[in-house]
Structure formats: structure tokens, C-alpha cells
Design a protein around this ligand. Structure first.
Ligand code: BES
Ligand code: MN
Ligand code: ZN
Length: 500
């Protein structure tokens, strides 16, 4: 899909569809008023009949509106004008693009981005327009057979969207569009990797994707194999991987576009390409969804895609420990003690708490980059889904100012997180009779004790942990990867780059 930014008259647009907003209750926006005037009150008459109240997310498609040049006119409900903000703006954009699906409209002009949105400027509105629109039209049909690929629908799909802005905002809009499209490309990559089946998206496949990204950009990529990791003493990570036929990989990506001596931000992504639970086998229901257990890794790859496209002036390192968690004659057992790269020993009381076991060695490995901050991203605990549901990622940190930065980035990107507690008091739940610590802390506050476990490997730098177990994918009829938290992470790096 292509976007352009223009300053045009809505009644003169010659498009398959023109999109204008209606506030609750029944109040026309400026663009709707212009069309109403050109059409001799057509729009206000329809609205008076009661077909459109302006409720947020509602839509009404009109055909052959007199005095206008477009085939269709789409009215989009915006909710209460006083309450029109980032969330409702995105909802309205999403509803408008959804309403075009299956209509045969291939081109459209939208007058939503010119509306005032609380706290946000034209660049933000255009960036989010592009991100939301790309999110709505995203489709994953790579694994469908030829006869099931819907080519007819593809031919009729929306191809060109003109985003209208006031003349003085055009330049800012162009910059916003470039940003929005870079983030959308990152989100789309993260979604694809998440949605791919676990027999395709293996650790080796993820490593190849990182190498492909490097080929098409200035990114440096290095992939460590089992012997390299043995030399480094990554006994915890290798312990998890030993039950799988798929070789483990440690992917290291470096984007060096900041000042030479500037300390890098390090992102660490959990890359379990399939989590059976291991010997502590998971129940069968919905186990297929454990192909999404590499969404932390996918978000790191997606974020690097976005910052490469933006050519963001920052130093950033991505570290992805990736393997499978399988039951096998050679798999780790409950009761096994592993020695991590940090030298700390871990009693494995549950082989299904494997994410922390691969992340801890990656966190120790991160020390060598002398990072300004380290953020790990992981589908770490079912407990986080119980605590926060599917709207917010869980945020844990050993540094309040880093936590605030990430919360603000999530707010700006509308990819939000919630600051969770990580008090010293919880650490005792990880006591082990036989090793330095156990890998589980009991049922109480499961997402907190998981973070506490990681914190023991992140003492040498400012660190934050995002538990994305509830936000990385959707279940049920809409099953699919969300690409989160690529928008949050990219925004965080953009803010850092602006400060550096
Ligand atoms: N990948 C899972 C976490 C998960 C479960 C994410 C369900 C999303 C939905 C992780 O490896 C895991 O199995 N965690 C266990 C930890 C427990 C054994 C302490 C969990 O959450 O049950
Ligand atoms: Mn698990
Ligand atoms: Zn897992």
C-alpha cells in the first residue's frame, strides 16, 4: 500500500473513496461540512435520518453523493470531540480502513489526519495513520496452498491512500510518514516471524533472517554456534537447548550509527521457537501457540529493521538467544543443576521456566558491550497474562528513570506497558537447597519472581525487562502475531537518539 501527503479539497477528490469524520453526536468535521455544502446538504440529511450518530469506530458508506468527484464517501464516527485523543484517533483510522476491505475501492483520500488530536502533532498523526492502516491490511498467507490464496481479493485491495493535511503541516507529515512506514515494516517483520510455523521458523531460520537484514543494510551480524557458547560457559542456555534436534544459535546484531564512543543500548529477545515445556510438559490445549514463544526475538529483529530503515543515529546491539524447549532422552530434568555463564548455579525445578534460563546467559553476554542500558523482551510468564491481560506489557526495571523512559515510549507509540514491582522482598522465593537459586518461585507473583531471577544477571548495568506474554499475539478467531512491542522499542530508541 502506498501513501501520499497532500493538501486538497474533499469535494474535488477523484478517488474510489473519500473518508471524512463525524463527531458524536452528529457533528460534522470541517471536511464533512465542505462535502455537505457541495452536495446540497446530502450528508446532513443522511445524518438527520439517524444512520450515523458519530459513535467511535462506526462507519457509513455512501455512494454517488452529488456534487463530489469520488465514487464513494465513507463517514467515520469519531466519538466525542472533547475526548478525541491518540486512542480514539487510531480507532477511527482502523475502522475506516477496515470498512474499505472487500469494497473494491483501490484508492482513497482520508481527512482524518487533519483533525486535532490531544497532545499530538501532524507528524505523529501521519505516522500512526500509516502504522494503523498497515496493521489492518496485514495478511499472512505464505503457508496457504496456491488454490487458497485469494488473488481476486488482492487485486481489489486498497492500494493508494492520500492523507490530507493543512498546507503548513505537509513537511512534518512527510517526516511522520517515513517514520510510520519504517515502524510498520518492523512490525510486519515481527508478525511474519511470529506467525510462521515452528517447523519453518527454527533457530537457524531466525539467524538467517538476521543475516538477510544485514545484507540489505549496514547492520553487522554475528551468529554464535554451540561450540562458541560452550567456550563462553553458557551452561544455562545450552541446558535448555540440549533436548532439541535443532541447533541453538546466539544472534548478535550491531547497528553503529551513533557517535563512536557512545555506549550502546542493548536489546535482548527471548527466541524459544517452540516451547513444549520440556520434561515438565505443557498440557495439550492451545500448545500450538507456543510457536509464539520467540516473539521477543521477533520484536528485536523488527525493531532493528525499523531503525535501519530510518537510519537512526544511535548505537544499538541486539542479542537473541534462540533454541527449542523439547522433551527428549537428552533433555534437562527437574532437579538438574546448571552453571550459568555468570558462574551462578541454578536448580531447574521446572523445565517449563526455560525463558529465564536462556536469557540469563544472554544478559551476562551483554556486559561486554558496556551498555548504556539493556532491555530484554520475552514472552516469559503466563502469570503476566493473568495480571495484566492483553492490553499492557509488564515492565520491570532496576532503574526508575529507565522505566519512565520506556513507559513514555509506550505511551507515545500507543503500545503501552505497566510498571510492575520488583522489590527485594520477592527474591527469597527463589531460594534453593542445592544451588545458588531455583528457576521458579512458586505460584505467587509468578511474573515478578521471573523478573527477580533475571535481575540477578543484570546487576552491572541499567536494565529493564518487558514481559510480553499477553501482548505479543492474539488467540482465538483472530489468532496472529501483533508485532508488539516493536513500536514501543523503536520509539524508545528514537527518543534516545534525539537525546544523544
Ligand atoms: N512461554 C511460557 C510463558 C507463556 C505461557 C506465555 C502462556 C504465554 C502464554 C514460559 O516459558 C512458561 O512456560 N512459563 C511458565 C513458568 C512457570 C513454570 C514458573 C508459566 O508461565 O507457566
Ligand atoms: Mn515454558
Ligand atoms: Zn517459554
Amino acid at each position: 500500500m502506498e501513501f501520499s501527503i497532500k493538501n486538497t479539497n474533499p469535494e474535488k477528490q477523484r478517488q474510489d473513496c473519500t473518508i471524512v469524520g463525524i463527531y458524536e453526536s452528529r457533528k460534522l468535521t470541517g471536511a464533512a461540512e465542505l462535502i455537505d455544502a457541495a452536495s446540497g446538504g446530502f450528508v446532513s440529511t443522511v445524518i438527520k435520518r439517524g444512520d450515523m450518530e458519530g459513535k467511535i469506530g462506526s462507519t457509513l458508506m455512501l455512494h454517488g453523493v452529488p456534487g463530489t468527484a469520488s465514487d464513494r464517501l465513507l463517514l467515520v464516527g469519531l466519538g466525542k470531540e472533547r475526548e478525541f485523543d491518540a486512542r480514539t484517533y487510531r480507532k477511527a483510522v482502523s475502522a475506516s480502513i477496515k470498512a474499505l476491505k472487500g469494497t473494491g475501492a483501490a484508492t482513497a483520500a482520508s481527512y482524518l489526519a487533519e483533525l486535532p488530536v490531544k497532545k499530538h502533532d501532524a507528524a505523529w498523526k501521519v505516522a500512526h495513520f500509516a502504522e494503523v492502516a498497515m496493521d489492518v491490511v496485514y495478511k499472512f498467507d505464505r503457508m496457504k496452498g496456491k488454490q487458497h490464496k485469494d488473488d481476486k481479493a488482492a487485486a481489489r485491495a486498497l492500494k493508494k491512500v492520500v492523507i490530507n493535511l493543512p498546507r503548513e503541516a505537509l513537511k512534518a507529515g512527510e517526516a511522520g510518514l517515513r517514520q510510520g512506514l519504517a515502524i510498520a515494516a518492523g512490525v510486519s517483520l515481527a508478525k511474519d516471524l511470529g506467525n510462521l510455523p515452528p517447523n519453518v521458523c527454527t533457530p537457524t531460520y531466525l539467524a538467517e533472517q538476521a543475516q538477510a537484514l544485514a545484507k540489505s543494510s549496514g547492520l553487522q551480524v554475528q551468529v554464535l554456534d554451540r561450540p562458541d557458547m560452550e567456550k563462553l560457559g553458557m551452561g544455562s542456555f545450552l541446558g535448555v537447548s540440549q533436548g532439541s534436534r535443532q541447533p541453538p544459535k546466539l544472534i548478535v546484531m550491531q547497528h553503529k550509527k551513533g557517535r563512536k564512543n557512545q555506549k550502546p543500548v542493548v536489546l535482548v529477545g527471548k527466541g524459544i521457537t517452540f516451547d513444549t515445556g520440556g520434561i515438565s510438559l505443557k498440557p495439550g490445549a492451545e500448545m500450538d501457540e507456543m510457536k509464539y514463544d520467540m516473539c521477543g526475538a521477533a520484536s528485536v529483529l523488527g525493531t532493528f529493521k525499523a531503525i535501519v530503515e530510518m537510519d537512526l543515529p544511535i548505537n544499538a546491539v541486539g542479542i537473541i538467544p534462540t533454541c527449542e524447549n523439547m522433551p527428549d532422552g537428552n533433555a534437562i530434568r527437574p532437579g538438574d543443576v546448571l552453571t550459568s555463564m555468570s558462574g551462578q548455579t541454578i536448580e531447574v525445578l521446572n523445565t517449563d521456566a526455560e525463558g529465564r534460563l536462556i536469557l540469563c546467559d544472554a544478559l551476562t553476554y551483554a556486559e561486554r558491550f558496556e551498555p548504556s542500558s539493556v532491555v530484554d523482551i520475552a514472552t516469559l510468564t503466563g502469570a503476566c497474562v493473568i495480571a495484566l491481560g492483553h492490553h499492557l506489557s509488564g515492565l520491570f526495571s532496576n532503574n526508575d528513570s529507565l522505566a519512565r523512559e520506556l513507559l513514555a515510549a509506550g505511551e507515545g507509540a500507543q503500545d503501552r506497558a505497566w510498571h510492575m514491582p520488583m522489590l527485594e522482598d520477592y527474591q527469597g522465593q527463589l531460594d534453593s537447597n542445592f544451588a545458588d537459586m531455583a528457576n521458579i518461585g512458586g505460584r505467587a507473583a509468578g511474573s515478578v519472581t521471573a523478573a527477580c531471577f533475571l535481575s540477578r544477571f543484570a546487576k552491572k548495568y541499567d536494565w529493564a525487562h518487558l514481559d510480553i506474554a499477553g501482548t505479543a499475539w492474539k488467540s482465538g478467531k483472530e489468532k496472529g502475531s501483533t508485532g508488539r512491542p516493536v513500536p514501543l522499542l523503536t520509539e524508545f530508541l528514537m527518543q534516545r537518539a534525539a537525546k544523544n
